[in-house]
Ligand binder design. Structure first.
Ligand SMILES: [Fe+2]
Length: 152
């Protein structure tokens, strides 16, 4: 277990409960690495990549439903990430993370290099189509998630 995720008491009470937003808190950042925590419930991240960063996410409380683009670049695979579980990803990874429980979900996200922003995608019958790049300065630590796209 990574040292940050092993001690949720260090950050969980700093995370704001915002019913319509996923709330982000930057925990640690160096030129090579960034870790942040998020709290939310009932929200979807929407389909996104990680701007050329590789990384991982670990759930510290609650559980997430993750849909990620499969290796054929068109179909979708689904997994549940429960408390204490994690997933890691390379630079070409694309996913949508759903906080569908009524209970709040807290997770730790690590990116290397630090996130420069995410590109958001629409899932169409032709595959994933880039819709919008949101730079880190806009994505911010307290921002609404973009509107849910219609799944094709
Ligand atoms: Fe992500």
């Amino acid at each position: 277990m990574n040292p940050i995720a092993a001690h949720p008491e260090l950050f969980e009470d700093l995370l704001v409960e915002a019913p319509d937003r996923q709330w982000w808190l930057l925990l640690y950042r160096t030129p090579a690495f960034e870790a942040s925590s998020s709290r939310g419930r009932g929200q979807a991240s929407n389909w996104h990549d990680h701007g050329g960063s590789s990384g991982a996410l670990r759930v510290t409380s609650g559980s997430l439903l993750e849909r990620h683009r499969a290796s054929d670049s068109v179909s979708v695979e689904t997994s549940v990430i429960g408390p204490g579980e994690f997933t890691s990803f390379s630079t070409d990874y694309m996913h949508d993370v759903l906080r569908e429980s009524s209970a709040p979900v807290v997770s730790i996200h690590a990116y290397s290099p630090p996130s420069s922003g995410f590109t958001f995608y629409d899932r169409t019958r032709f595959g994933f189509v880039a819709r919008e790049f949101i730079g880190e300065e806009r994505r911010s630590r307290f921002s609404t998630t973009p509107p849910l796209p219609e799944d094709a």
